[in-house]
Structure formats: C-alpha cells, structure tokens
Design a protein around this ligand. Sequence first.
Ligand SMILES: [Cu+2]
Length: 325
Amino acid sequence: MESILVGLIILLSVIVLVQLLRVNELISEVKNEDPNEITEKDNNTQGILTFLIVGVLFLAFVLWQFKYWGIHILPPASSLHGATIDTLMNVTLGLIIFVFFLTQPVLAWFSFKYRGLKNSAAYYYPHNNKLEVIWTVVPTLVLTPLIIYGLNVWNDITNADTTNSKVIELYAKQFNWTARYAGEDNSLGKANYKLVKGLNELGVDMEDENAGDDIITREVHLVIDQPVLLKMRSQDVIHSAFLPHFRVQMNCVPGMTTQFGFTPTQTTAEMKEQEGEDFEFVLLCNKICGAAHYNMKMKFIVESQEEYDTWMASQKTLKNTLTLN
Ligand SMILES: [Cu+2]
C-alpha cells in the first residue's frame, strides 16, 4: 500500500512538473519570446545554484558523513598482518581525501566564476602540451608507488610462512559455513563433493588416513597469537570468506581450494571490553551468492590456550561421528 502511494506521488509530481513547463512555454508564446533562448539571467542563476549545490551543500554533506557515519568504521585490526592493511588503507584514503578537498572546491569555484556572463567569458585555450604532460606525469608518479606498495603488502600477506599454522577448513555452501579442524596430525583428510552423503556433509574421504582425526564444528575457536591457515572450499557457487576484524578475505571457489593464513592478536574477551558486550568476531560471506546470502555467518572465538583446549576436548572426531560401511 505504502509503495503504491509513493509511486502515485512520484507520478503526480512528474505530471505537475511537465504541466508547469508547458505553462511556461505558453506564457513565452503570449509574450512573443523564444522559450529556449538562454539569457544572461538564466546563466547567472545556474552558476549560483551550481556553486551552492556542488561547492557548499555537497561538501558539507561529505563532512557530515565523516562525522555521523565515521563511527561505524571497523576497530583497529585484530590480526598481525591486519596492521599493514590498515596502514595501506589510511595512506590511500588520506591521499584521496586530500585530493578531493583540493579539487572539488576549485571545480565549484570555476564553474561559478565562468558562468557564461558576457563580461566574464573564459579564455579559449584548447591545447597545451606542457599541461598535458603535467596532468599525466603527476598522477602516474603518485599512483605507481601506491600500486606497487599495495601489491607488496598483498604479496607479503599471502606468501607468509604457514608451516607452523594450525590448519582449519572453511566449507561454504548455500547458505552456511562449516569448519573442519585438521586434528592431531594437522593434515586435513581428502574430500570430494561426490562423497557428500548423510552425516558426511563435507564429503570427507574416510579411506584417507588423515581424515579420521578431523573435527567438524559450527564455530571456530582460535588461540591468541597462534597462526592459523584457513583452507576454503565451496560446494555450489562462489562464496567469499570475510573476517572483517582480522582483515581476512578470500573467495571460496567450487572445484578448488583457496587459503589464507593469519594470526589473531586480540581475544574475544578483550574485544568485548573495548567494543561492548555484544561484540563477536564473525565470518561472513562477501559474495552475493543467493537469497539467504545475508544469513551466511559463523562465530569465531579467540581465547587462551587453556580455554581452547577445554573446548577442543569436548569435540568429536570424524572417526567417532561417522559410521563407516
Ligand atoms: Cu555465500
């Protein structure tokens, strides 16, 4: 009902606008004027309006957004590599904001200053090689180091040494996540979607000697300051494992295994103290993968070694969960 009313209001507004324009044209006809002629007065009005809308209102809106929405920015990274991503983000954003506030007021001012008045026409200046060189070379000099810096950060993060990392699989499907710990041997048993059947929802190959001690869980517990290596698989479409607080994101692609290694540096308890009692580390899907995409979440808990051991001791291995035949 509400949307029909809104639609009706929009439709009526358009009709009113069209009719107003028509009235305007008729008045011009009566006065024997050309309604399409742009007068000095029109240019003046347009110039002032542009300046007010682009130069004042828009910039004020941008500042308002910083103030009122800025608080929703993620807290500082809770992982070792996250700090370098935050620095990269701050450098990039700082540069963009600086250039934005440098160029936008100039743009608004010039569109106002040369607003098509007869006594203030802009100088016709179609080409200048020196200027062309300047506005090609300067952005190149700024952007090339920024891109190289970004690529280096990404390479360092994705090529980190993971030999001592605890291996955990994240299995994505429409629409939930399942985790599989590699168990005592720290090696995940082989898996194949063809083996997905009944309780064996991840299609783990129970013939594989590494499979028996694997542990399937519905939430992920991590030990503070201990490196983990997440191995991702997907059953159906491309999902994306996104752990915003750890600055971790990697696509989960059907038919292949992708991975991301990181080290958590803050416990859930510490984060609750800092961000409020409701805080939880969370794994989200960051690919719009279907109708219930928004619901693809899994809790991550970072804790001490003792807490982790207690939790782990209460989990069942695959060998004990699946009955083989
Ligand atoms: Cu998804």
